[in-house]
Design a protein around this ligand. Structure first.
Ligand SMILES: NC(=O)CC[C@H](N)C(=O)O
Length: 196
C-alpha cells in the first residue's frame, strides 16, 4: 500500500492523516528522520514556518528532506509547508529547504484578514474547490519549470514542479479530499516510475 508521511514536529498533522486515510492510502506521523525511508511521499503541514524550521534543524531533518525529494519522491507543502519549500522568501535573506523555484510572501493576505474561504478553480483537481486560508502566504514569482495550478484574485496559491506541489490554503481542513487525492496519485505515479 502507498504510505504517506506527515512531518509531525508542529502544526496541523492529524487532519492530514485523516485525509490521506480517506483517500485509501496509509498515513504515518513522521517524528524521526529514519522514518523517511519507510514512506513514499511526504507532507509538510501548515503551522508556523519559523518554528517548524527550528525543529527541522534540531531533529536533523534538513538534508534528510532535501535528499528525500532528490530521490524523486513527492513532497507536498501546505501553507507554512509552502514557505519551507520555496527557494526565496520576500524580505528575508535566507530561504529554508529551497526545493521549489519560487519566491513567496508570508502572511501576504494581510493580518486583518487572518482567515477566509474561497471557491477555487484548481488545474487537474477541481472547478470549485472550497479552499480555507489561514494567515496564508502566496507565491510572488515562479521559475519556468513551475506550473501554476490555482490563483485567487490574481495571486498564485497552488503550484507544482515535478515531484513537488504546494498550496497556500489548507486542503486537509474540509471534507473535500480531492487535492489530497491528487497528491496520493502523484505518489502512486512516482512509485511506478521509480520501479521501472
Ligand atoms: N496556516 C499557516 O500555516 C500559516 C503560515 C504562517 N503564517 C507562517 O509564516 O509560517
Amino acid at each position: 500500500m502507498t504510505t504517506i508521511g506527515v512531518l509531525a514536529l508542529q502544526g496541523a498533522v492529524r487532519e492530514h492523516i485523516r485525509s490521506i486515510e480517506a483517500c485509501g492510502a496509509s498515513a504515518v506521523e513522521v517524528k524521526r528522520k529514519e522514518q523517511l525511508d519507510e514512506i513514499d511521499g511526504l507532507i509538510l503541514p501548515g503551522g508556523e514556518s519559523t518554528t517548524m524550521r527550528r525543529l527541522i534543524d534540531s531533529y536533523g531533518f534538513f538534508t534528510a528532506i532535501q535528499d528525500f525529494g532528490k530521490q524523486g519522491k513527492p513532497v507536498f507543502g501546505t501553507c507554512a509547508g509552502l514557505i519551507l519549500m520555496a527557494n526565496a522568501i520576500d524580505g528575508q535573506d535566507d530561504a529554508h529547504l529551497g526545493l521549489m523555484d519560487m519566491k513567496v510572501a508570508r502572511n501576504a493576505f494581510g493580518r486583518q484578514v487572518a482567515s477566509f474561504e474561497a471557491s477555487l478553480k484548481i488545474a487537474h483537481v477541481s472547478e470549485d474547490f472550497n479552499a480555507v486560508f489561514i494567515r496564508a502566504p502566496y507565491v510572488l514569482e515562479v521559475g519556468k519549470s513551475v506550473e501554476v495550478l490555482a490563483t485567487y484574485q490574481d495571486r498564485i496559491v497552488a503550484v507544482r514542479q515535478g515531484q513537488y506541489v504546494c498550496t497556500a490554503f489548507h486542503p486537509e481542513l474540509t471534507d473535500d479530499n480531492r487535492f489530497i487525492a491528487y497528491f496520493v496519485q502523484m505518489v502512486e505515479e512516482s512509485l511506478q516510475t521509480l520501479a521501472s
